[in-house]
Write a protein that binds this ligand. Sequence first.
Ligand code: TMP
Length: 206
Amino acid sequence: MTGLFITFEGGDGSGKSTQSALLTEWLTAQGHTVVHSREPGGTDLGVELREIILHRRGYIAPRAEALLYAADRAHNIATKVRPAIERGDIVIQDRYLDSSVAYQGAGRVLDATEVRDISLWATEGLLPDLTVLLDLSAENGRERIAATRDVYDRLEAEKNDFHERVRNSFLALAEAEPGRFIVLDATDPIETIAAAIQTRVVALLA
Ligand code: TMP
């Protein structure tokens, strides 16, 4: 028995957690067993790593940052995600290896293939069945975050051109793997986005 692995990607403020919560609720209501996770921070170890990665004061070298995300990912996949998929559950997760390619690859300007390969090594090659990309401009993302709080984490605090590189990288990843990705406009109404995701998930379950 194998379950499904669905990931949500997109810039900061694109509404991933809202949409992944709605999909979790919708699938659970239909009788599916859903495990929700996030990166960084889907496990107890991950919560500690998340604190270091996002809130530690001072400089973290880009390669160290990439390895910290990969360490969080390795533990999350080995102890939480892979066991759930093997039980036949549906795993819904906020962010996965595409975030590393976009943020550490395009954002920090590390080699995208090397960054992806580190994650593939960390996860023994696990790729999602479906990746939902919520596309949003850096400017819109910043406005949305600013509307809810005034403290930014290390990545959110990066300039708009960093976040534009991240956005373009996500779009290029989606274009390269159209079978795995669905790209949705994050400025559409929440219900419109949720309905589009449900349609795609129904097709996947069928
Ligand atoms: P979020 O959980 O609020 O989306 O915050 C996670 C932040 O970490 C976000 O700015 C994206 C960033 N990130 C990376 O840079 N690389 C990664 O591999 C992951 C998973 C997240």
